[in-house]
Design a protein around this ligand. Structure first.
Ligand code: AMP
Ligand code: TRP
Length: 326
């Protein structure tokens, strides 16, 4: 039997942070063992907020390089830039004709982004392009962080609606959202998720941050006025956030962390958290430094070529269903 398919995407703007890693990318890498994986640097999504056309190619290249350094393996998985595979945009258009505006108006991420950056039609239809990404290859499963849950529901809904109207074409994709780490919070405001677009760099730790920066960021992470290391999102969000990171990097349970650090004060706990993050990210920094830029470009071009070939077979079936086939 053919292996099940996994699809996921990441925007290439700003640098990849540990929220991306713990919420999604860790799973990207792990799932390669079992699934046929297709991973996409979603540059068309990124331009829904203004980008500098001179800087953008570099950011996109760098995102690809970080993914490769983290263990996305082009020998086993497809990795490419979304804009190099035009079937994504074509399918997004087709799906947009069956998405209702009422449903689009309920998308919460659009509202948040529009409040901050102002709205445009691309930002509004962003979730439809994401649905197209996933459905293009008939993905069965989609590893993402918690913030993408609503978009996955829309994807399933559009798939069902398409199938009902034009005939069974799309499987309904399942989200793969980790139990711990699906929503890593800002180090400066533990009520907001860690985000690439937060203007305060102290709010996040990047995959390529050096040890001194990581120590500084963890040390300055906002906690609370108590001293007890205890897992309690309601009352101790800052500490709980650090505990999740520690747990994910070490495999220790919350009970074990509480037993080891509970009464030792925040200073000692934060030092331990920082050291585990440093150790966990070190292999990625090394791999990143060892990667050759021309080789990254070659991998991305070969990925796009293979993705186009695969996508075209699927896409022709969609065109036939809707009456657009040559
Ligand atoms: P983005 O940076 O928005 O392209 O996100 C890439 C992936 O990382 C998506 O699967 C997101 O759900 C996930 N992600 C982004 N921010 C976080 C966070 N703070 N905690 C956990 N996962 C996240
Ligand atoms: N919207 C996702 C994010 O902001 C990125 C994305 C685009 C994606 N297309 C996708 C994620 C398809 C999973 C599957 O993080």
């Amino acid at each position: 039997m053919a292996r099940k398919k996994v699809f996921s995407g990441i925007q290439p703007t700003g640098n990849i942070h540990i929220g991306n890693y713990l919420g999604a990318l860790r799973n990207w890498v792990a799932l390669q063992e079992e699934y046929d994986c297709i991973y996409c640097v979603v540059d068309l999504h990124a331009i829904t907020v203004p980008q500098d056309p001179a800087a953008f190619p570099g950011e996109r290249h760098d995102a690809a390089k970080v993914l490769l350094a983290m263990g996305v393996d082009p020998g086993r998985s497809l990795l490419y830039y979304q804009s190099r595979v035009p079937q994504h945009a074509e399918l997004a258009w087709i799906l947009s004709t069956i998405a209702s505006t009422g449903q689009m108006n309920r998308m919460t991420q659009f509202k948040e982004k529009a409040d901050k950056a102002g709205s445009n039609l691309g930002l509004y239809s962003y979730p439809v392009l994401m649905a197209a990404d996933i459905l293009l290859f008939r993905a069965d499963a989609v590893p993402v962080g918690e913030d993408q849950k609503q978009h996955l529901e829309l994807t399933r809904d559009l798939a069902e609606r398409f199938n009902a109207r034009f005939g069974e074409e799309f499987p309904l994709p399942e989200p793969i959202i980790p139990k711990t780490g699906a929503r890593i919070m800002s180090l400066q405001d533990p009520t907001a998720k860690m985000s690439k677009s937060d203007p305060d760099p102290a709010s996040r730790i990047l995959i390529l941050d050096d040890p001194a920066t990581i120590r500084r960021r963890v040390k300055r992470a906002v906690t609370d006025s108590e001293t007890e290391v205890r897992f309690d999102w309601e009352k101790k969000a800052g500490v709980s956030n650090l505990m999740e990171m520690y747990s994910l990097f070490t495999g220790a349970s919350m009970e074990q962390i509480e037993a080891e650090f509970g009464t030792g004060g925040y200073g000692r706990f934060k030092e331990a958290v920082a050291e585990e993050i440093i150790a966990g990210l070190a292999p990625f920094r090394r791999a990143y430094e060892a990667l050759d830029d021309a080789e990254v470009d070659r991998i991305m071009e070969a990925g796009a070529e293979a993705a186009r070939r695969r996508a075209e077979v699927y896409q022709e079936a969609v065109r036939r269903r809707v009456g657009l086939s040559a």
